[in-house]
Design a protein around this ligand. Structure first.
Ligand code: CP
Ligand code: NVA
Length: 305
């Protein structure tokens, strides 16, 4: 049976911990410039229906450094679901490549891609979730704190794809997760219910950012209008007033909290220059770790680790 990585919950807790350990090992090997080529003579197709900096660069560079070749297929190359059916592309691309990474709009499309492709498929973001991001984020938190005990992560902003992956992480590892968002921008109700049902983590949905951040180890934010919603940017800006992560909100934690953002950030909107450039900000460690965490995920699902 081939393995896909489409949701954080596709891995067990043990597999998530093992992925972090492997990411640490691969990161050290990369820093030492060791000869490490497990993907020699392998190719990875990267299908992008949306723009990307980090996802494209980290997957392409990571796979190349592990000995493989990565192909970038942009929005106009494949036009998945428009020029050709998802299930046809799945079978065609799998005939040429050892693994597929896809960033798509509809989550159903990545599920269909995985169903029909005979090779492993990795989700590089859909409208529903962004599992590689949250694997990298938790790995970054582990690096900075040295452990994941007594962890409170407070996400402030839109209840979007990033939040859904945080919630799924909370179904596997125990921590206290709070999503503070305007009440009409709550995350997906089914995902919240499934996370509560898992009974592992404390989950709160708050509409009061100041109260929510109290005692936070991590304050996390993301853009208020995601890819595919940019025409709603102005309406959202008005609705999200009070949800900006600025110095005042960081001070309201009452703690030496760390600041995280998946990036790209809209400076002056969901957060400020001052917070992004502060000592609390670990956004660039977070961005770097996308590559190390994903390398570990690829090694695991491709049966190389
Ligand atoms: N964080 C993230 O996925 O960035 P990109 O959209 O630039 O890939
Ligand atoms: N929520 C954002 C994340 C970008 C990495 C988006 O989907 O555009």
């Amino acid at each position: 049976m081939k393995r896909d990585f489409l949701h954080v919950t596709d891995f067990t807790a043990d597999e998530i911990h093992a992925t972090f350990a492997l990411a640490k090992e691969v990161k050290t090997r990369f820093k030492r410039r060791e000869d490490f080529k497990p993907f020699k003579d392998h190719s990875m197709a990267m299908i992008f229906a949306k723009p990307s900096a980090r996802t494209r660069i980290s997957f392409e560079t990571g796979f190349f450094r592990m000995g493989g070749h990565a192909l970038y297929l942009g929005p106009s190359d494949i036009s998945i679901g428009k020029r050709e059916a998802v299930k046809d592309i799945a079978r065609v691309v799998a005939r040429y490549n050892d693994v597929i990474m896809a960033r798509l709009f509809a989550h159903e499309h990545v599920l269909e891609l995985a169903e029909y492709a005979s090779v492993p498929v990795v989700n590089g973001l859909t409208d529903y979730n962004h599992p590689c991001q949250i694997m990298a984020d938790m790995f970054t938190i582990l690096e900075h704190r040295g452990h994941l005990e007594d962890l409170k992560v407070v996400y402030v902003g839109d209840g979007n794809n990033i939040v859904h992956s945080w919630l799924r992480m909370a179904q596997r590892l125990p921590f206290h997760f709070v999503c503070a968002c305007p009440d009409d921008y709550d995350p997906d109700a089914q995902t919240i219910a499934a996370t509560r049902q898992a009974g592992l983590s404390e989950i709160e949905i708050s509409h009061d950012p100041k109260a929510a951040v109290k005692g936070a180890d991590i304050v996390y934010t993301d853009v208020w209008a995601s890819m595919g919603q940019k025409d709603e940017a102005e309406t959202r800006k008005a609705r999200f007033q009070g949800f900006q992560v600025n110095d005042e909100l960081m001070a309201a934690t009452g703690k030496k909290s760390l600041f995280m953002h998946c990036l790209p950030a809209e400076r002056g909107v969901e957060t400020t220059d001052s917070v992004l450039e502060s000592d609390a900000s670990i956004v660039f460690d977070e961005a770097e770790n996308r590559m190390h965490a994903q390398n570990a995920i690829l090694l695991k699902i491709c049966g190389k680790a």
